[in-house]
Write a protein that binds this ligand. Sequence first.
Ligand code: ATP
Length: 760
Amino acid sequence: MAKKNTKAPVSKKAAKKPKTTKNFTDFVLTISDDEEGIPDLDIDGDEDDEKTIKDTVTENKKAKTKKIAAKANKKKTEVVKDEDGTSLNPDFIFSVEDEDVVEEFNGWDFTGHDSGKVRTLVDLDGIIRRKGGLGVVASTGAKDDSAEPIDENSVEEEEDLPIENEEEGNDDEELALDGFGMGANQVEDVAVEEEAEDDPIPAQPEPEISEQVEPEDIQEPEDTAEEVNRYFDQTKNQEVNKSVHVTFQSLSLSRPVLKGLATLGYTKPSPIQSSSIPIALLGKDIVAGAQTGSGKTAAYMIPIIERLLFKPSKISATRVVVLTPTRELAIQVNDVGKKISQFVNGIEFGLAVGGLNLRKQEQELRKRPDIVIATPGRFIDHIRNSPSFSVESVEILVIDEADRMLEDGFQEELKEILTLLPGKKQTMLFSATMNNSIKDLIQLSLHKPVRIMIDPPKQAVSGLVQEFVRLRKNLDMKPALLFDILTKVNPAQQHRIVVFIARKMDAHKLRIILGLLGLKVSELHGSLTQEQRLKSITDFKNLTVPILICTDLASRGLDIPKIEVVINYDMPKTYDIYLHRVGRTARAGREGRSITFVSESNQDRAIVREAMKGIATAKNRALGRNVEWESIEKIHQLIEEKAETIGDILSEEKEEKQFLRAEMEVRKGENILHHGEEIMSRPKRTWFQSEADKKKEKQKSEQQINSKKRKRLEAQKEAGGESMYKKTRDDRTSNQKKNSTRQPSKNLMKKKLGKVKSKK
Ligand SMILES: Nc1ncnc2c1ncn2[C@@H]1O[C@H](COP(=O)(O)OP(=O)(O)OP(=O)(O)O)[C@@H](O)[C@H]1O
C-alpha cells in the first residue's frame, strides 16, 4: 500500500538515497561550527529542499534575533530566568546558547484522543459551586513557612510506632503493589514530646527488615563484574563512556531529523542521548538508565526514526513497537515521535492504547503504521482481534519504564507480547530506575545488550530541592496542611503543582475539600474515564487548573513543562516511586521543589533516609519545612465544619452519575435495536486475560514474592546482613503484619526463563 506523504517537502531523492553513516559523517564534517540553524545538507540540489532550508534559516534567524534581543537585556547571573520567570540551571547540558535556535515549547499534545463514546460527564465543579465553593480562596492568615536545612547529626533515632490496618479500597493498578498501603496506614495517636511537634527535621531511622518491604529497601546488590560480563556486551563500553557528542550533527543524523530536533529547541544531545544514539543506530540491544527528565524518550526515538529513514520499507509494515505502562505516557511518546519526525517523509505512527476508541485504532492499525506506541493489554487485544494488523515485521521493540513493566499486572502481558513478536529484533529497555528483574528479561529476550547507565543510581536530579514535613499526631490535619502549603507556595495560582496521593477516593475527596476552600483542582487516577483523564492533563498543562491531584498513574514519564512543585501528600511505597514522582519537576535542567509529608511509619522514614543518602553526592538539597500548626488547626476546623456539605456533594454526584448511566443504557438499547444485526455479525473478540485471570495471577505472584523475600532475608542474614538493620522480622508489630494485602511480584519471568534454559 502506498503511503501518503502529508509531511513538509523533503526531497524524495534524498530520502531514498542509501546514505551510509560514513559518507554522511564526511559531509557533516565539512560544515563550519558557525553555521546558523540547521546545516544545508542537500547533496542533490533539489529546489524544494533549498526552499525549505532557506525558509528555516530565515525563521531561525528571526527567532535568534528575537532571542538575542531579549537576552541582551538580561544580566548574566548565576541562575537564568526564562520567559515565565522559572529558573534554569545554566550549566545543564540542555541549556541553549544564544546562537542556537529555540522555539517556545508548549508541551506535548494530549488532545484529539477521544474515546469515541458520546458521554456527558458529571459537572463536579458545578455541584461544588452550588454548595458555596470555588469562590474566594480561604485565608489561613499565617505567615509564609520557611524551610530549614536538615542537620543530619541532630536526627535522633525513633521508636517504631504501631500502624493501623489498611482500610478497604482499590488503588490504581499503576501502583506497585507491595502491601504497605501508605496512604491508608494511620499512625496511632501517640504521645510525643511537645517541642518535637514543629521539628523541621525528618527522622532518619535505620531501615527495618520487613516482609512487605520492597527490594529497594532491602537494597538490591550492585551488579558484580561477573554478572556484568554475563549479561552485557562490554565491547562497546569505550564508545558509551566517551559521550563526546556535543552536537546532534556529530551523531550523523539526517537533515530532516536535525530539523525536527531544532524545531523542538533541542540543540545538544543530553548525556543519555549522546551515549545511546550511536549504539542504537548499530542495531544493538540496549539497557539504559538515566535520571528523570534527562531526555530518554528522544534517546530511543531519534535512532528509531533514523533507522526507518535509512532502511525504508517498500510495503507498509509495523516495524517498531514502543510499550509504555500508562495510556497518557503512550500518547506523549507518540507526540514526541511525531514532532521529531515531522520533516521526515512518510513515517506513520499508530496508537494502541486502552481507554481510547477501539474501532478508530483498528482502522489506524489496519494501515500498518511504521511505529506503534502501545500499552500492553490493548496491544495484545489488537494483535488477536484486529484484522490486517500484524507484528511479523517488527524489527525494534522499546520497553519504556522497563522496571515497571516487569511488575505485577504487566508481567504476564509482557511475556505474551514477547512470544507474539519475532524473535530476531532489536530490543531497548529504558527507565530512570532499574531493578534485578531486568536481568531475567535480558536472559529471556535480549542479545547481550549494551549497558548504558548515565547517573549514579537512586539519586534525585540536581536542581531539585527536597523538603520534608514531619507529621506526628496530626495526620487528620493533612488536608488543612495541604491547603496551607498550596496557598503559600502558589498564592497567585500561576504555577503548576502536582499532588501525589495513595488512594483514588482520597484524591476525589481532596478535590472537593479544596474546591470548597476556593482552589481549582483537577484529579487524575484510574477511576476516571479516559476523556476525564486527558482533560485533567490538558487543563493542567494549559494552567486552566493549576493543581493536579493524582495517584501513581502519573508518577512515571509524564512530561508537563514547568511543574514548580511536587507534593507527596502520601509517601509512595518505594524509593524508586519517590524518585519518579519528584522527577515530574526539575526536568531538563530546570529547578524544582518537592514537599513530602512524612509520617512516623518505618516505611516513610526509610524513604526519607534513602533520599538523604542521594543528597550527599548530588548538587541538590534537603530541607525540613516549618509548619505553623496553629493556623493549620484553624483551617482544619473550617474543613470539619464542611463535613456535611462534602457528604452532600458526594451524594449529589452519585445521583447524577446514576442518571447518566441510565441514559447510557437507554442509548445502548436503541443502538442494538437499530444496528443489532451488524453488531451481532462482528467476530467475537478474544481476550488474553480476563479480570478473574488477572486476580488469580496477582494472588499467585503475592505468594511467590513472599517466599522470594523470605529466602533473600535468610540469605542476607547468613551473609551477616542483619547487622545492617535495626530489627528483625520478629520485632515487627502485629499491625504491620496486617498490611500485607498487596504485594508485588517480580519473578514470574523466572518460570518462563527456567523453561527457556532447560530448552537450551
Ligand atoms: N536534547 C535536548 N535538548 C533540550 N531539551 C530536551 C532534549 N532532550 C529532551 N529534552 C526535553 O527534556 C524533557 C524531558 O525529556 P523526557 O520526557 O524524554 O525525559 P525522560 O528521561 O524520559 O524522563 P522520565 O524518566 O521522567 O520519563 C522534555 O521536555 C524534552 O522535550
